[in-house]
Design a protein around this ligand. Structure first.
Ligand code: PLP
Length: 350
């Protein structure tokens, strides 16, 4: 089947040329396959600091910090930085890992309607004065709708208050968007204004681990206070070297990014009226509504050679069960044409 449910957005995870070149380098490097401890004890290796420095340089920021995964990052950052004098204002559709981080922090929080910055503005006006610090938390490309946050507007909003910080998760955008593949923050020219810029290397970057781009002070603070960083064995140096190998090359994958954008436009256009129009990215929802109908349609598409999966509540709001297409740069126009033709057959088998 053609995989239309992959997070390997640029097709890099299956590139044997990259893999072979890397394995040659790895053999010569003598890097270990285990770190054998947390970074705070004996698990820190030079390659970690080198990659952090490279990330900070590429983003043009003071500092970066690596974590074992995006889940570690999102469940560790807010609990370390927030306290009872903190308010978190999060988009209604943020990822489960962010919600877990908010809950673990025990801090007061409110969710604003998805991408509704009018409501966010009203919440800030009402509450910002009552707390020492406020975090606005959002994704850049949203996991289930594929729509894109207006980060510049969020920056403009947060700048009106001295105590408001902006936290953005670029899990689906790193590698895929921006001139150098640095994400939506690069595309919208607001990297310097985002206090906490998070992303994972497990998706388009074809590796593991995650990063935070931030100030030096926040980095130092997290090293001292962030539990998932302190109490978990660090990833193997060899894995970090692979992340560095791919991350270093991100600017070179412009052709893949363009292709992905073109293919995404084709499918989103075809799904206008059925969910496609909300997407502004390579994640394209095909909203069916009822759970059973959604499962049947996914099975039908699978029988016809397209591996796509039904996504149901509670992952998405009730009544919006959908097939979540996530495209990669390897999908061809021909394959998409066939998919679009099948989607257009009104009654498939249901
Ligand atoms: C996938 C994802 C994560 C988790 O990242 P992992 O590295 O897989 O743990 C975090 N946030 C968002 C928005 C994601 O889509």
């Amino acid at each position: 089947m053609l995989n239309l449910s992959s997070n390997d957005y640029l097709g890099l995870a299956s590139r044997t040329d990259l893999r072979d070149a890397f394995l040659g380098e790895l053999n010569d490097s003598g890097l270990s396959l285990s770190s054998s401890f947390s970074r705070l004890l004996t698990g820190n290796f030079a390659v970690y600091n080198e990659l952090e420095q490279l990330i900070a340089e590429r983003f043009g920021r003071e500092a970066a910090l690596l974590f074992n995964s995006g889940y570690h990052a999102n469940t560790g950052i807010l609990p370390a930085l927030a306290d009872k004098q903190t308010l978190v204002l999060a988009d209604k559709l943020v990822h489960a890992s962010i919600i877990d981080g908010i809950l673990l922090s025990g801090t007061p929080y409110q969710r604003y309607r998805h991408n509704d910055y009018m409501q966010l503005e009203a919440l800030l006006e009402k509450h910002a004065g009552q707390y020492e610090q406020v975090f606005i938390v959002t994704e850049s490309i949203f996991s289930m709708d594929g729509d894109v946050a207006d980060l510049r507007q969020l920056v403009e909003l947060k700048k009106r208050y001295p105590n408001v910080l902006l936290y953005v998760d670029e899990a689906h955008a790193i590698g895929v968007r921006g001139r150098n593949g640095l994400g939506i923050a690069e595309e919208q020219s607001c990297i310097p204004d985002i206090d906490l810029l998070v992303g994972t290397f497990g998706k388009a970057v074809a590796s593991m681990d995650a990063y935070l781009v931030c100030s030096r002070v926040i980095r130092e603070y997290l090293i001292n206070c962030m539990r998932p960083l302190i109490f978990s064995t660090a990833l193997p140096p060899a894995q970090i070297a692979w992340t560095r190998f791919v991350f270093e090359r991100l600017p070179e994958f412009e052709a893949e990014r363009q292709r992905l954008a073109e293919m995404s436009g084709l499918l989103a256009d075809a799904l206008r009226g059925q969910g496609g129009e909300v997407s502004g990215s390579h994640i394209i929802p095909y909203i069916i509504g009822e759970n059973d109908a959604c499962i049947l349609r996914a099975e039908e598409l699978q029988r016809k050679g397209f591996y796509c999966l039904p996504v149901r509540p509670p992952t998405v709001p009730k009544g919006t069960a959908r097939i979540r297409f996530s495209l990669t740069a390897q999908v061809t126009e021909e394959q998409l044409g066939e998919l679009i033709r099948i989607l257009g057959q009104k009654n498939m088998s249901i």
